[in-house]
Design a protein around this ligand. Structure first.
Ligand code: PGA
Length: 325
């Protein structure tokens, strides 16, 4: 599958290239310019300035102090989305692998088992790893056959819920407004939200990646009471479960744009604090290169989270964010 390579930095920088400030973008100058059709001139200009100053800042931080390469200030976050997989036996084995894995301390680690196994996981998994649900109802529980309420999730020990996942959007048919309502309600009850966004392959090819992601961001922004307990997961749909991971540059350019969007539309503080994690065919072999990108604050992992040792490798890829002094 030909996945269009789009480089925000190269598209936006024009003759005075922002890439000159940041070597990680240097291989991308010939990339497709479709994405900037989706940006108005003024927003393009402001993104140029913001991206340019961001890159200069990051580059000087790296060069001078040799610090962790993170543009955001939030702790690295890795979630395992088990989706509709597993049996009592396979989950017991996974839990025992996770309990014996050595996990770096400076990472928030979360797993999202299928609802029916949450209790089993809660009772046997180390407290080091928090539990997320894969969905929640839009309001207080009651006569809603087949649904599961935020109150019930909290009662059973969940700290998080994954909302807006592409499988809910594109297979089940949930729309932005419905997802926003779920997020607003979960947050109002102090359940953290892993808020997923991401474009279809067709949308990327049509140059609509930013339009789609920003629209999904806006739906969350319109509905959430606060961003304190929100982690954004950028998951390009074409990369989910396909084995076709986004390149580190493809992921970084969307992450930096989402952070800029937060800065412009919410606040600089929220932009810097909010974790923006990447999902879509992350595995033990590609996580380190992705983690090196400054605006990638962790991962949402599907298939590879079903294997304890591989998931631990992904959690521990936080170490590749640290650069030599
Ligand atoms: P994948 O799924 O890692 O299997 O591609 C990611 C996700 O859907 O969160």
């Amino acid at each position: 599958m030909a996945v269009v390579s789009t480089s925000l930095a190269s598209q936006l920088s024009g003759p005075k290239s922002a890439t000159s400030h940041c070597p990680q973008f240097s291989g991308l100058r010939r990339s497709c310019s479709k994405l900037d059709h989706s940006l108005s001139l003024s927003s393009t200009q402001s993104l140029i300035q913001n991206v340019d100053s961001h890159l200069r800042l990051s580059s000087s931080r790296r060069g001078c102090r040799g610090v962790v390469t993170m543009a955001g200030t939030g702790k690295f976050f890795v979630g395992g989305n088990w989706k509709c997989n597993g049996t009592k036996d396979s989950i017991s084995k996974l839990i025992s692998d996770l309990n014996s894995a050595k996990l770096e301390a400076d990472v928030d680690v979360v797993v999202a088992p299928p609802f029916v196994y949450i209790d089993q996981v809660k009772n046997s998994l180390s407290d080091r790893i928090e539990i997320a649900a894969q969905n929640s109802w839009i309001g207080k529980g009651g006569a809603f056959t087949g649904e599961i309420s935020v109150e019930q999730l909290k009662d059973i020990g969940c700290k998080w819920v994954v909302l807006g996942h592409s499988e809910r959007r594109h297979v089940i048919g949930e729309d932005d407004e419905f997802i926003g309502k779920k997020a607003g309600y979960a947050l109002s009850q102090n359940l953290g939200v892993i808020a997923c966004i991401g474009e279809l392959l067709k949308e990327r090819e049509e140059g609509k990646t930013f339009d789609v992601c920003f629209q999904q961001m806006k739906a969350f922004a319109d509905a959430v009471p606060s961003w304190d307990n929100v982690v954004i997961a950028y998951e390009p749909v074409w990369a989910i479960g396909t084995g076709k991971v986004a390149t580190p540059q493809q992921a970084q350019e969307v992450h930096i744009a989402v952070r800029e969007w937060l800065k412009k539309n919410v606040s600089a503080e929220v932009a810097s604090k909010t974790r923006i994690i990447y999902g879509g065919s992350v595995n033990g072999s590609n996580c380190a290169e992705l983690a090196k990108q400054e605006d990638i604050d962790g991962f949402l992992v599907g298939g590879a989270s079903l294997k304890g040792p591989e998931f631990a490798t992904i959690v521990n890829s936080v170490t590749s964010k640290k650069v030599a002094a």
